[in-house]
Design a binder for this molecule. Structure first.
Ligand code: ADP
Length: 263
């Protein structure tokens, strides 16, 4: 008897046929790079697709201390013995799962060395410490994301790495789909979500000038959730939009002025 029950599929509102691209990439064993600002739906998309394809998902939030060993695994001491523990990338390869490296440019340089043989037709993970060479089974897929908005020259993805991935650009959805997403995720009525999304459009027009980044779909969902739970709109906007976006008093005031034109 097959005891395997498929897990629930996280909701994802498709924007531009990215689901078909993901499915084809997965079927062909090709890695995929998702480019786009923070909070626009990249992680949710990967969670949705992993569940849809019924593959285990290993998500790694990359940071500037993340090394190849964190991904591959290491020997750990236990009760006087050392034993090998697989890292998330190795587990994904062994199980034919999906490994999602969120903000890949943040990771240390030695990580790319590991990814190269895995992202070309060898599809091989070399584990130097144990001498193992794993060939990834058909279900395995590497997905990475990065945010081209951070104009950090030191942290650009090198062409030799990026040209190993299929790529797709993500951005905040247009007002109609974004309103639908925010309403669905927060439970707030669509008619009360629309002004929030309109406000987001104005704020995003300021990004790059006074603001490093525009307000994310994630923050809109937070705001709408607070309003839905009965918080006054002004306080919700303060806690979930103004404060998260900036520390500077004059920019906070400019955002409040912008809000006053809508509410
Ligand atoms: P990112 O990985 O790009 O930083 P997330 O995937 O975490 O962003 O998105 C933030 C939140 O926004 C998600 O938890 C989800 O609630 C919502 N979201 C964004 N885009 C979509 C979408 N297209 N469909 C459904 N939910 C979305």
């Amino acid at each position: 008897m097959n005891m395997h029950t498929p897990r629930p599929i996280p909701r994802y509102h498709e924007i531009a046929q990215e689901c078909a691209l993901f499915e084809t990439a997965h079927a062909q064993g090709l890695p995929l790079l998702l480019k786009g600002p923070t909070g626009c739906g990249k992680t949710r998309f990967v969670e949705h697709m992993a569940a849809r394809l019924d593959r285990p998902l290993y998500t790694v939030a990359c940071h500037d201390d993340l090394s190849a060993a964190d991904l591959i695994g290491r020997y750990l001491l236990k009760g006087g013995d050392t034993h090998w523990v697989d890292g998330p990338l190795t587990r994904a390869v062994r199980e034919g799962g999906i490994c999602y490296l969120d903000e890949i440019v943040e990771a240390r340089k030695d990580v790319t060395v590991v990814l190269h043989p895995l992202t070309d037709n060898r599809r091989m993970l070399m584990i130097d410490r144990t001498g193992e060479e794993l060939v990834a089974p058909p279900g395995f897929m590497l997905v990475a994301s990065y945010n081209p908005g951070y104009q950090n020259v030191l942290k650009r993805l090198k062409p030799s790495t990026r040209q190993r991935f299929l790529s797709a650009s993500f951005d905040f959805p247009n007002p109609e789909p974004e309103s639908a997403i925010v309403a669905q995720e927060s439970g707030l009525d669509a008619s009360r979500v629309r002004p929030l999304v309109r406000l987001a459009g104005h704020i995003r027009a300021l990004s790059g000038m006074d603001l490093e980044e525009g307000v994310s779909t994630r923050l809109l969902i937070y705001t709408a959730s607070l309003i839905h739970r009965g918080m006054p709109i002004e306080s919700a906007l303060e806690a979930a939009i103004i404060e998260p976006l900036t520390d500077e008093e004059d920019i906070k005031q400019a955002l409040r002025d912008l809000i006053a034109t809508i509410y």
